[in-house]
Design a protein around this ligand. Structure first.
Ligand code: AMP
Length: 540
């Protein structure tokens, strides 16, 4: 017997059609370079994305052609998010925080021949330009100024009506978008997301226990659209028809809070650094902004400490912690409470919500040790491996890079994690960031979270330093809050109740600011270089 169901391919064009048909008046708001606000609708997005698709088709884009974007979060970028894939092209977002050399490498590796560039990013583009061969550079006049001579104007490019533009017939496994890994080790590698993965991911993250996305939401996409598709929310947002706000180039805390107030944001997305800064601003000026009570904030990219969750809860804001990676589409897990947790005291609830959480539907997780799968007991650690239709099988242009998949087809994340009896996953570390002291592993993430719970600490990162007897010992590199002072001894005493004695750092270093990667994560490679010659104080 065969199923009687239609074989309709899952496709980004369905999301675009849906937002026009059912939510045409819902708004997309974005901040321009001059800080003014512009408002548009899904109906306008639909029209302009289809004009872009038609123009790209005339420019020679066919199924599978990559098109680069060097753009901030804006309505124009939303047009590219839809216009490129519905033309059959591959939306290739370029991370503008990378060096010109890395951007050039990525453009060449992907094979982009057409690139869309915000006019305010032309100074960066001009450093990239001599290093790449592209056919057309189309400049988006976000500043309102005329596009400089020598460049094509995006508005002229899409001026023509889409007319009878028809979506190409695409297999649901056809490529729709591509993103590069942050490349903290070695060169960045390209991950190519299919239409099918993007649609399934949108459905999955929108579910009530996941992000609970709905047409009633006002979603603020602070996460850069050049970083793993802004966690897939532009697609999920169009699917449910929620209104969207986009910060443009203005990522300052006060600018973000102003938009949250003006748009009465119900869900905002960003990395922990952003939320730490927001918490500090709200602590400083608790009465300045009237935010929507119960506003959800999705936090991912690196770990959110329970203290951050608690501190924001005090301001009436609810953190939703998630874990993901470029190699997924990209969200893998989110942490939510089950009914049996509702009566637990707040501190215990924050601890559960600070875990990386449960897999979103269609994802499978396991942890593997040297001796095979590890038990789900919350303490056994192993490499986190994942499987599912939103997980990559490999990398673009790297047919031989098989080591990422296990023999039985699971993707090796490079993260080290535990899973507890209820299925909650907790990241202990990146494989390469664990500290191995006297043959035992110490989780740098646990130490960082605990140290960041001290009121005088703004941020902390823990790395391994060499030790003649114990092989490695943890060194905590700490940044204090402005005007605060604290000693290593104070911090050690503060975290002591939560760790075995041998896990506690003897080494503390205080610096002005932690080095960060282009995606805002603590750059531990840089810290390791900075503290390469550190002599551990742990007795031998
Ligand atoms: P990227 O591909 O740049 O998004 O980086 C993915 C990596 O970021 C993951 O493999 C994790 O090491 C780290 N990561 C992402 N989210 C979290 C989180 N919530 N907690 C801890 N680490 C995270």
């Amino acid at each position: 017997m065969q199923s009687t169901m239609m074989r309709t391919p899952l496709n980004v064009s369905h999301l675009l059609e849906r937002c026009r048909l059912y939510f045409p008046t819902r708004e997309i708001v974005s901040r321009l370079p001059d800080k003014s606000i512009t408002r548009t609708t899904y109906a306008a997005l639909y029209d302009r994305a289809r004009r872009l698709a038609a123009a790209l088709t005339r420019a020679g884009v066919t199924p599978g052609t990559p098109v680069g974007t060097l753009m901030w979060n804006s309505t124009w970028h939303m047009e590219a998010y839809f216009g490129i894939p519905v033309a059959g092209g591959v939306l290739h977002t370029l991370n503008l925080r990378l060096s010109p050399e890395d951007i050039a490498f990525i453009i060449a590796d992907a094979g982009d021949r057409i690139v869309l560039v915000d006019d305010v990013l032309l100074p960066l583009w001009e450093k990239v330009r001599p290093l790449v061969t592209v056919d057309r550079v189309i400049v988006v006049p976000t500043s309102g100024a005329a596009v400089p001579d020598g460049y094509e104007d995006y508005e002229a490019f899409i001026a023509e009506d889409a007319g009878d533009f028809r979506y190409p017939d695409l297999d649901e496994n056809a490529p729709a978008g591509m993103c590069y890994t942050s490349g903290t080790v070695g060169r960045p590698k390209g991950v190519v997301h299919s239409h099918r993965a993007i649609v399934l991911h949108a459905l999955s993250v929108a579910l009530p226990d996941c992000l609970d996305l709905s047409v009633h939401d006002s979603v603020f996409i602070v996460t850069p659209m050049f970083h793993v598709n802004a966690w897939g929310i532009p697609f999920a947002g169009a699917m449910v028809g929620c209104s969207l706000s986009l910060p443009g180039p203005h990522m300052g805390v006060e600018d973000l809070l102003d938009i949250m107030q003006a748009e009465q944001t119900t869900l905002a997305l960003g990395v922990p650094t952003i939320w730490m800064a927001i918490q500090q601003a709200l602590d400083r000026e608790p009465d300045r902004w009237r935010l929507r009570r119960g506003m959800r904030m999705m936090v991912g990219g690196s770990a959110a400490a329970p203290t951050l969750i608690g501190a924001l809860e005090d301001h009436g804001l609810a953190i939703k912690h998630g874990w993901g990676m470029t190699e997924l589409t990209p969200v893998g897990t989110l942490s939510w409470l089950k009914p049996e947790h509702i009566d637990l005291p707040p501190a215990q609830q924050y601890e559960i919500r600070a875990r990386q959480g449960l897999p979103i539907p269609l994802m499978e997780l396991r942890i593997m040790g040297e001796d095979g799968p590890q038990p789900w007991d919350g303490t056994s650690v192993g490499e986190l491996q994942v499987r599912g239709p939103i997980v990559t099988r490999g990398y673009h242009n790297q047919p031989d890079d098989a080591e990422k998949l296990t023999a039985d087809g699971w993707f090796r994340t490079g993260d080290v994690a535990t899973i507890d009896g209820e299925g909650y996953m907790r990241i202990a570390d990146r494989t390469k960031d664990l500290v191995k002291s006297g043959g035992e592993w110490i989780s740098s993430v646990d130490l960082e979270n605990a140290i960041m719970g001290h009121p005088a600490v703004a941020e902390a990162a823990v790395i391994a330093v060499k030790h003649p007897r114990w092989d490695e010992r943890p060194l905590a590199v700490v940044v204090t809050r402005p005007g605060e002072a604290v000693t290593g001894e104070d911090l050690r005493g503060f975290i002591a109740p939560r760790f075995a004695k041998w896990q506690l750092p003897d080494d503390f270093a205080f610096i002005e600011a932690l080095p960060r990667t282009s995606t805002g994560k603590f750059q531990k490679t840089k810290l390791r270089e900075m503290f390469h010659d550190w002599v551990s104080k742990t007795p031998g």
